[in-house]
Ligand binder design. Structure first.
Ligand code: ACO
Length: 394
């Protein structure tokens, strides 16, 4: 029996704090007219509290997607989290999210393909589902790039925003859902968009911090040229791979980096109608891996997709990478009755307590083992003082 993977849940979350172009003009030499005309961005949401990070935004989006799907977190078999701003180099941010939502039956890993990461993640989820290795997979794109940009560099700091988006893919027998994907990379362009320090190549040091190598560095013009070329090509290729034409596509949800990239690639090169391209970057800026799932969530919630529609998700990013996926939208997903949603919500505080208990237990165990070790040393001391232990010969 053929298996298909369908999107059964979606959700997003952005931090409350909104920063407008005018606000940025107070900290770097820029202005609203420049940012709007060169990028299309009007404002972005940024974390303003040290407790917020990619994992906390991701967990909120994950909970929204689970609620929309009517599934408890325990239904997830796998969590794939695409990010360029993980909480740590390790452990994987996906594991922190797995614990935060109590997805106790799920494996979890991070995926690094920059802004193409979410579409890469969807392709991995589809593969897991159709090969029978998993049935319900959550794919998250989450970023707090505001923690990695140099707030004195006007070339980059005006572009990015923080946020998270998530979808849930589930195996079904009805045809449709994820139809095709195109994934690409060209590492010869790795230096065009990079965060040089903090990895094994250039470990963090006083010197790297002094040089600002822990901030995003970008050749904006080169990335722009690359993006316009690959967005159009990848869209063409994925449509062809699915055995369709662009006329069969009802909506394109592109990576929300810059409205000029979208217009010059998708609209002008492909001659695709502008009104069939979903754009929300004016309110969020470039949220990297989160931009496509956030835009998809808003597109669904505003009624832009109905059953049977073909939607193309297409992105590009550091690496260099690019990715496109073609999805046939499934039937509407009814919301669960309120009491059942409440029942699912009740899992979160229960799991938080369970997780705290496990952490506490580990500490107690470690302390107890520590005591044992000390006792062993004391025991050895007693043995040697009692003359039971032979002195080591010089
Ligand atoms: N405010 C005012 N002036 C500015 C600003 C700013 N914020 N930033 C740059 N300028 C100036 C430049 O210094 C330059 O001045 P100069 O001519 O005196 O040197 C002038 O504006 C023009 O700059 P350009 O770089 O030519 O501007 P351009 O039209 O190329 O737009 C931009 C720059 C918006 C960065 C564009 O190149 C772009 O969008 N590139 C793609 C970036 C991108 O999408 N990156 C994300 C990839 S996805 C990922 O993986 C995270």
């Amino acid at each position: 029996m053929a298996r298909y993977s369908h999107i059964v849940g979606w959700g997003m979350y952005t931090p409350e704090h909104v920063v407008t172009n005018e606000d940025l003009a107070k900290i770097v030499e820029t202005n609203d007219a420049w940012i709007r005309s060169r990028t299309g961005i009007r404002e972005r949401h940024l974390v303003d509290n040290p407790q917020e990070s990619s994992s906390t935004l991701a967990a909120r989006a994950a909970r929204a997607a689970l609620e929309r799907a009517g599934l408890p977190p325990t239904a997830l078999d796998m969590i794939i989290l695409a990010t360029s701003s993980p909480d740590h180099l390790f452990p994987a941010t996906a594991c922190i999210v797995q614990d935060a939502i109590g997805a106790t039956n799920a494996g979890a890993y991070d995926l690094s393909a920059a802004c193409s990461g979410f579409v890469y993640g969807m392709a991995m989820a589809h593969g897991l589902i159709v090969s029978g290795q998993a049935n319900t997979v959550m794919v998250i794109g989450a970023e707090t790039l505001s923690r990695l940009v140099d707030w004195s560099d006007r070339n980059t700091c005006v572009l990015f925003g923080d946020g998270a988006g998530a979808v849930i893919l589930q195996g079904r027998e009805e045809p449709g859902g994820f139809l095709a994907s195109v994934l690409g990379a060209d590492g010869s362009g790795a230096g065009l968009l990079t965060l040089p320090a903090g990895g094994s190549r250039l470990p963090a040091s006083v010197e790297t911090v002094r040089r600002g190598d822990h901030y995003i560095k970008m050749d904006g013009k080169a990335v722009f040229r690359f993006a316009t070329r690959v967005m159009a090509n990848a869209t063409r290729q994925v449509v062809e791979k699915a055995g369709l034409t662009l006329d069969d596509v009802e909506l394109i949800v592109p990576h929300q980096a810059n409205v000029r990239i979208i217009e010059s690639s998708v609209v002008r090169q492909l001659k695709f109608p502008r009104e069939k391209v979903f754009v929300n970057l004016e309110r969020y800026g470039n949220t990297s891996t989160a931009s496509i799932p956030m835009a998809l969530t808003e597109a669904v919630e505003t009624g832009r997709l109905k059953q049977g529609d073909h939607v193309v998700l297409v992105g590009f990013g550091a690496g260099l990478t690019w990715a496109a996926a073609l999805i046939q939208w499934g039937p509407p997903i009814p919301l669960l009755p309120r009491w059942q949603r409440w029942w699912h919500q009740a899992w979160y505080p229960f799991h938080r307590a369970r997780s705290a208990w496990r952490r506490g237990l580990r500490r107690v165990l470690a302390a107890w083992l520590g005591t044992k070790e000390r006792s062993q040393e004391e025991f050895e001391g007693l043995r040697s003082r009692a003359g039971l232990k032979k002195e080591k010969k010089e």
